[in-house]
Ligand binder design. Structure first.
Ligand code: IYR
Length: 224
C-alpha cells in the first residue's frame, strides 16, 4: 500500500479572518502589472531560487514535475538572448504575425525592441518536459504537461509579485533559440516561456489596455 501522511501543516482561519484575507489578497494581486521597462537593480540569487522553489511546488500531472527552470543573470548570456529574441521579433512584427494579431497588440505598444532582456537582473527560461517521470527516467511519460507548466509559471509570477518584484511573460516566437543558449537542445525539453524578473524602471508605465478588466459577471457564473 502506498504511504500516506496526516495533513499537519494546514492552517484554518475563522470565517472573519478568511474574508479579510481574501479581500487583502485581492487588493494585493490587483497591484500586479506586467512591466516592460526594468531597472538594473540587482536581485539576490537566493531570492530567485526560492521563487523557483515556489513554482516547483505547483501541482502537476502524476506529480511528475515536468519542468526545468534556467535562471540567467550572466550579462553575456542575457545579451545573446536579447540579440536572438530581437531577430525573431523583427520578423514577427514586420509581417509574420499577420494583421489581426498585430492589431490586437497595438494597444499594448509592444514592438521588436527588447532592451529589458539585458537590463533586468534575471531572465528565467521555463522548459516543459514530455518525459522524465518523478525520477528523471526517460522512459516515463509526463502527463498534462502544458497545464502543469502553466500552473507553475503562474505560481512564479504570483510569488514574484508577493515578494516585491515585477515580471514580464515574454514569448519570442519561435523560442527554439533558447534551447541552444540554455544547453537544453534535446527532444524532451521545450522552451515554454521566458520570464523577465526584477524591479520596475523609475519611469515604468502600464498600458491603459492592460487595466481594462472584464466585468465579473462576464468571467464568472455562480451556481448555488
Ligand atoms: N511575442 C511578442 C508578441 C506578443 C504577443 C502577445 I499575444 C502579447 O500579449 C505580447 C507580445 C512579444 O513578446 O513582443
Amino acid at each position: 500500500m502506498e504511504t500516506q501522511y496526516p495533513l499537519t501543516d494546514f492552517v484554518e482561519f475563522s470565517p472573519a479572518e478568511l474574508q479579510q484575507r481574501a479581500s487583502d489578497h485581492l487588493a494585493l494581486m490587483q497591484r500586479r502589472h506586467t512591466i516592460r521597462s526594468f531597472s538594473d537593480k540587482p536581485v539576490p540569487r537566493q531570492v530567485i531560487e526560492q521563487l523557483i522553489q515556489v513554482a516547483a511546488g505547483a501541482p502537476s500531472g502524476a506529480n511528475h514535475q515536468p519542468w526545468h527552470f534556467v535562471a540567467i543573470s550572466d550579462p553575456a548570456v542575457k545579451q545573446q538572448i536579447r540579440h536572438e529574441a530581437e531577430l525573431q521579433e523583427a520578423g514577427f512584427y514586420s509581417g509574420r504575425a499577420g494583421d489581426e494579431w498585430l492589431n490586437a497588440l497595438k494597444p499594448l505598444g509592444t514592438d521588436a525592441h527588447k532592451p529589458y532582456l539585458e537590463t533586468a537582473p534575471w531572465l528565467i527560461v521555463i522548459f516543459s518536459q514530455k518525459r522524465g517521470g518523478i525520477d528523471n527516467n526517460d522512459s516515463d511519460t509526463n502527463y498534462y504537461v502544458h497545464e502543469s507548466v502553466g500552473i507553475a509559471t503562474g505560481f512564479l509570477i504570483q510569488a514574484a509579485h508577493q515578494v516585491g518584484l515585477v515580471s514580464l511573460t515574454h514569448t519570442p516566437k519561435p523560442m527554439s533559440f533558447l534551447s541552444k543558449i540554455c544547453g537544453r537542445d534535446n527532444d524532451n525539453d521545450r522552451p515554454y516561456m521566458l520570464l523577465v524578473l526584477g524591479y520596475p524602471a523609475a519611469d515604468a508605465t502600464v498600458p491603459a489596455h492592460a487595466l481594462k478588466k472584464k466585468p465579473f459577471d462576464q468571467i464568472c457564473t455562480v451556481v448555488e
